[in-house]
Design a protein around this ligand. Structure first.
Ligand code: GUN
Ligand code: ZN
Length: 438
């Protein structure tokens, strides 16, 4: 790789990144207490100890000093709804009433591209200040919402995955497409946006109850015709929803089996929630390479249930963490880890902080088949990273001052941290959020 010294920039801080899952491998991560991250042309050139790497820099190279702070790969949120930004924290007794009372009326407004662009810009600001550099994003049923979201992401040079919601039944008329129009619109959007710069498309059936069999069949055909697109949907989130699916699809063995029947379990398929799946379902996900987006703040907020990390791990399912805003109550993956930890405890298992940081970075990249592109600081990986300040608040400063090891420090950040702990966020080597300048 030829290096133009004028583009080269280095960052001094404590550095953390992963090359394996700490639940299954020893020496899964690298920690450089006094580290140097070298970036050029939007990609990582080197990551290591400051003393070892400083002499390799060309004379006069720009070194940004974040000493005392921690740089880690940008957080990846594998399930979030950008049109639900304005209805976060809307009260309702469970998923289905919440969809009817707040979600559908809010999503109606996205037939207007200008509204979509204004919300997309605010939404991306929220992601940046939270340290999230890549997300798998649901738009609405309207094509305009997808153009608005990808347009806003492209203007900032972000790596984002998104798609038009498909839904042709059991929803208000003003949000319904048809099997034919949904497939046609999705194809048009794939041709316009998939692999344009850093953007990638996700075929997005909302969930089984809002798609007819004809629409699910057309979705499966799309997924086969475009094998390197993503698929994203919801599965087994809430008991009422699961019973509804049983009555709508009586021939299916399980909720997951509905999607399986239409060819929607494959690599790059991301299933949100996965709370009420059984061991056979988890095994099927692992066998097909489909991944789970675990959404703890949403699941606690709506009272949906508690994800079983241990059972999913026993079958080797690809796991990632996700906010699921607007049902999720925070954009910040630190808060998402906080709730994930408590969910695991409620199921009698234990999630170390190192595992949660893995799931929010390299684990998610692996679930999305993007290892080597994002998720850690291997040479050539895109320079998406955030700067965490363990002294961002008086309480964090006091607690982190008492920490004896890395696990304790990361745990304090996960349990006490939120977007105030994110000092800066970079994507493609470009500064996207700077707390000091805000
Ligand atoms: N199931 C179908 N649609 C939605 C949604 O928008 N949010 C959540 N949490 N679950 C869903
Ligand atoms: Zn969702």
């Amino acid at each position: 790789m030829s290096i133009a010294p004028s583009n080269l920039r280095a960052y001094r801080a404590s550095l953390l990144h992963f090359h394996a899952d700490p639940a299954f491998a020893e020496n899964a991560y690298a920690w450089h207490e006094d580290g140097l991250l070298i970036v050029d042309g939007g990609v990582v050139i080197a990551c290591g100890d400051y003393d070892a790497l400083k002499p390799t820099l060309p004379a006069g190279a720009d070194v940004v000093d974040y000493s005392g702070k921690i740089i880690c790969p940008g957080f990846i949120d594998t399930h979030i709804h950008f049109p639900q930004t304005d209805m976060i924290a809307s009260p309702a007794p469970g998923l289905l009433p919440w969809l009817d009372s707040y979600t559908f009326p809010t999503e109606r407004k996205f037939d207007d591209g200008a509204h979509g662009r204004e919300v997309a810009d605010f939404f991306l600001d929220q992601l940046m200040r939270s340290g999230t550099t890549t997300a798998m994003v649901y738009c609405t049923v309207h094509k305009e919402s997808v153009d608005a979201f990808f347009g806003a992401s492209e203007a900032r040079g972000l790596r984002m995955v998104a798609g038009k919601v498909l839904m042709d039944r059991n929803c208000p008329d003003f949000l319904a497409d048809t099997a034919a129009s949904g497939a046609r619109d999705s194809e048009e959007l794939i041709e316009r946006w998939h692999h344009r710069g850093r953007l990638q498309y996700a075929i997005t059936p909302r969930f089984a109850p809002t798609s007819s069999e004809a629409q699910l069949a057309a979705t499966g055909e799309l997924a086969r015709a475009w094998p390197d697109t993503y698929i994203q949907t919801h599965v087994s989130e809430n008991c009422d929803e699961c019973n509804w699916v049983k009555s709508l699809f009586p021939a299916s063995h399980s909720y997951l089996d509905v999607y399986d029947h239409y060819g929607l379990l494959r690599p790059r398929a991301m299933y949100g929630h996965c709370i009420w799946l059984d061991d056979d379902d988890f095994a099927r996900m692992a066998d097909t390479g489909a991944a789970a987006a675990v959404c703890p703040t949403s699941n606690l907020f709506l009272g949906s249930g508690l994800f079983d990390f241990e059972r999913a791990d026993a079958k080797g399912v690809l796991l990632s963490l996700a906010s699921d805003v607007g049902a999720g109550t925070s954009f910040c993956m630190l808060q998402t880890m906080n709730e994930a930890y408590k969910v695991a405890r409620m199921k009698g298992s234990y999630l170390p902080a190192l595992r949660m940081f893995y799931m929010a970075t390299l684990g998610a990249a692996r679930a999305m088949r993007l290892e080597g592109t994002i998720g850690n600081f291997a040479p050539g990986v895109e320079a998406d990273f955030l700067v965490l300040d363990p002294r961002a608040t008086p309480l964090l400063a006091r607690r982190s001052g008492e920490c004896d090891n890395l696990e304790e420090l990361l745990f304090a950040l996960a349990l006490l941290g939120d977007d105030r702990a994110v000092a800066a966020t970079y994507s493609g080597g470009r500064l996207q959020w700077d707390a000091a300048a805000s």
